[in-house]
Ligand binder design. Structure first.
Ligand code: SF4
Ligand code: SF4
Length: 311
């Protein structure tokens, strides 16, 4: 393919992604993530994955997109904003992470990605590839940084200068050659340590290193066993996920509310009192979280978190 066709295809992809609601789009060449290999290895050696054993699988696949998609030429990183109009987390009340307010993002973002793939196929011709949303085999933050979308903050999440960090990352790994963007070379955390200082469970053990097994997101969502007693009194009322390290980050002053109607919270979310949460029935749980990612914990999991946060 000649350079003009590559440029035109890249421009088409980026314009189409924006039309479908993605805020930022960047492209990388599909190649081995050399710099990440030793970091990932060390992170796993330290057991920071807790019981998320799936993170230990497919080590090579996670570092080389060509092992996930045969003939892959490009990794496209996309940002989908979920910052809500209103922060529903109030002191003294049980709190849910902002990303879980509305309809499960896996479905919403995946639908947009499928549309994007369809547009590429219609416009450019048959393209082979896979779509990923919050998917374990892809080192999504590393790709986003490599694609010029931002830097990895000390809380280990991607920060975009214009939008902060309250967004989902998604990827297309495709066999289409595209013009790569320049990697994001700067880090604008500077001397700030607000996220490290504010983390209720001291899970950020070093800049850009989160001990997943201590993180409230892991404890309230991923961990299926009893919550370890050592975290009693440290949950800061979070019962599904945790936003503390992002809430305190100065770059989130620049977050703008999303425009995705599917992310609108269920009306009960901002209204339920602690006692009502404590007495939550299956019927009410099913109604409030019918389309939500919170469904993952099931009623028993959410109740476990509520009881633990209360005591
Ligand atoms: S999500 Fe919460 S618990 Fe996890 S690292 Fe951030 S502040 Fe700490
Ligand atoms: S709170 Fe400060 S150190 Fe943490 S990610 Fe934001 S800017 Fe970086």
């Amino acid at each position: 393919m000649n350079a003009t066709a590559i440029r035109n295809n890249t421009q088409f992809l980026k314009a189409e992604a924006k039309r479908l609601g993605f805020d930022f789009v960047g492209v990388s060449k599909a190649e081995y993530l050399e710099e990440d290999a030793p970091l990932l290895e060390q992170w796993l050696k330290n057991d920071y994955q807790g019981k998320m054993q799936y993170l230990e699988n497919h080590f090579d696949k996670r570092l080389d997109p060509r092992k996930l998609v045969e003939g892959a030429k490009s990794v496209v990183s996309l940002v989908y904003n979920y910052y809500p109009e209103e922060d529903l987390a109030k002191d003294g009340e049980y709190k849910f992470a902002k990303y879980a307010y509305g309809k499960d993002y896996h479905f919403v973002v995946k639908d947009r990605l499928k549309e994007l793939m369809q547009s590429l196929n219609d416009e450019i011709g048959e393209i082979d590839g896979r779509i990923f949303v919050d998917s374990a085999p892809v080192m999504e933050r590393s790709w986003a940084k490599k694609s010029g979308l931002g830097w990895i903050g000390k809380h280990s999440l991607l920060i975009n200068k214009q939008q902060g960090s309250f967004f989902f990352l998604a990827e297309l790994i495709i066999d289409l050659e595209l013009e790569p963007d320049l990697p994001y070379a700067k880090d604008f955390c500077g001397t700030c340590t607000k996220c490290i200082d504010a983390c209720p469970t001291e899970a950020i053990v070093a800049p850009q290193v989160v001990d997943g097994s201590k993180c409230i997101s892991y404890l309230t969502i991923e961990l299926k066993d009893q919550l370890p007693n050592s975290f009693k009194g440290q949950m800061d009322q979070w019962v599904f996920g945790c936003d503390v390290c992002q809430d305190v980050c100065p770059w989130n002053r620049f977050s703008k509310p999303h425009r995705e109607p599917e992310f609108a919270p269920h009306p009960a979310l901002g209204k339920m009192q602690n006692r009502e949460w404590e007495e939550l029935t299956q019927e009410v749980f099913s109604e409030i979280f019918r389309k939500s990612a919170v469904k993952r914990t099931k009623l028993a999991g959410l109740k476990r978190n509520i009881i633990f946060a209360k005591e």
